[in-house]
Design a protein around this ligand. Structure first.
Ligand SMILES: Cc1cc2nc3c(=O)[nH]c(=O)nc-3n(C[C@H](O)[C@H](O)[C@H](O)COP(=O)(O)O)c2cc1C
Length: 370
């Protein structure tokens, strides 16, 4: 198989390429207003984050954090919380994972019976607990097993089924193009492809040529490119270089929640508008709304703990002075959050960083600046 990873990442700048055609896209019969989607980030892309990010505009589709199929069916509290939704949280796809066909089929039927709109099968997660049980990226090493699982899930429900995967297990097993071709024949409605192998984890750069190979492998279904999109230009470049029909953005949306709105502006050719900076009031309102929605769903204790990990992501972009970012990592109550948000409002802009970065945890890997 071609060693795509030795190819240089695309180095063309946006000035060299035409802006790809944007606008709505149809995916498995669903008409989506934008072709820029929120990628699932376990622990982050829960209901409150999806609602607040949608409120800023420009998001075509959100997917839930990955949910273990067997837990969804047996009804564990955690799994059921992960699929909680709201009328604002639309259009939505639920992502399931698991190595056993019977669990995946049962979970797909459960989702259909409970009124969900679409199912995504996770075939990209590099984490050991998942790959050890045969789910996640491990499925990419077993073509027959992966096809059997996908085919049985597709046949079990009327809902559209998509698959999210990586380029392959490692550079010697770049199975994504072949699998994508087979999945299309089995009736999968879209493929999301993160342009890294499982072995790469989250290291190195995303390989746009690898994504393009998947685009070229399928006949009709949309391919959603994914990986390392931090700006509107990155998103447009990914579409231009790979030919993918849509782009999924994960960490870039944590680092810049306005990224979808910027892309919409850039697509309309409003280049200057793509650099727009939300006002102080908009930034603080975003922060407050996210926390408020979290509290509505999970109550005070859990919400304070959950929100703390967003501090690193939001800090620089929302102009949060470092000592207040530090307090956001430790706060204990709604009252304390209000106090910190008021202080951020007063001292907004004290912190000046040209390019926001965040110290983050990625699954199965070291903390990395991203
Ligand atoms: C903290 C974290 C959690 C993730 N959780 C999921 C998940 O639940 N399901 C999934 O398919 N991918 C998951 N991913 C992978 C992302 O969806 C995405 O493929 C990857 O981060 C590359 O895209 P990005 O550079 O836009 O973040 C996760 C990634 C991170 C960093």
């Amino acid at each position: 198989m071609t060693d795509l990873l030795t190819l240089e990442p695309a180095s063309r700048t946006l000035a060299d390429v035409a802006t790809p055609v944007g606008g709505p896209i149809t995916l498995g019969g669903r008409q989506l207003a934008s072709r820029y989607f929120l990628a699932p980030l376990a622990g982050y892309t829960h209901l409150s984050f999806r609602r607040v990010i949608r409120s800023l505009g420009g998001v075509g589709l959100c997917t839930t954090d990955l949910v273990q199929a067997s837990h969804l069916v047996s009804g564990t509290r955690w799994a059921r919380e992960l699929v909680q939704t709201h009328p604002d949280d639309n259009p939505l796809t639920v992502q399931i994972y698991g190595g056993q066909v019977k669990h995946m089929v049962a979970a797909a039927r459960w989702l259909e019976d409970h009124g969900y709109q679409a199912i995504d099968i996770n075939m990209g997660c590099p984490m050991a607990k998942m790959t050890g049980s045969g789910g996640g990226a491990r499925l990419m090493c077993d073509g027959d097993g992966a096809c059997s699982l996908v085919g049985q899930v597709v046949n079990a429900v009327k809902l559209p089924v998509s698959v999210k995967m990586r380029l392959g297990w490692d550079r010697n097993r770049l199975t994504a193009p072949l699998l994508a071709e087979e999945f299309e024949q089995l009736g999968v409605v879209a493929i999301t492809i993160h342009g890294r192998t499982r072995q790469q984890g989250f290291g190195g750069e995303v390989c746009l040529d690898g994504i393009r190979a998947v685009v070229e492998a399928v006949k009709k279904i949309p391919v959603v490119g994914n990986g390392d999109v931090r700006t509107a230009d990155d998103a447009l470049r990914m579409r231009q270089v790979t030919g993918c029909a849509a782009v999924a953005i994960g960490r870039g949306a944590l680092l810049d929640p306005w990224i979808f709105r910027r892309i919409a502006l850039a697509e309309r050719g409003e280049r200057a508008a793509a650099d727009f900076v939300p006002t102080r009031d908009e930034q603080i309102a975003f922060l407050r709304l996210h926390f408020q929605l979290l509290v509505e769903q999970h109550g005070e204790y859990m919400s304070c703990r959950n929100f703390r990990k967003f501090a690193a992501w939001y800090g620089a972009r929302l102009g949060i002075p470092e000592d207040l970012e530090n307090r956001l990592r430790q706060f204990e109550s709604v009252a304390e959050f209000d106090e910190i948000a008021n202080a951020i409002h007063e001292r907004h802009g004290e912190r000046v960083e040209p390019l926001p970065t965040a110290l983050i945890k990625v699954p199965n890997g070291p903390n990395e600046y991203w």
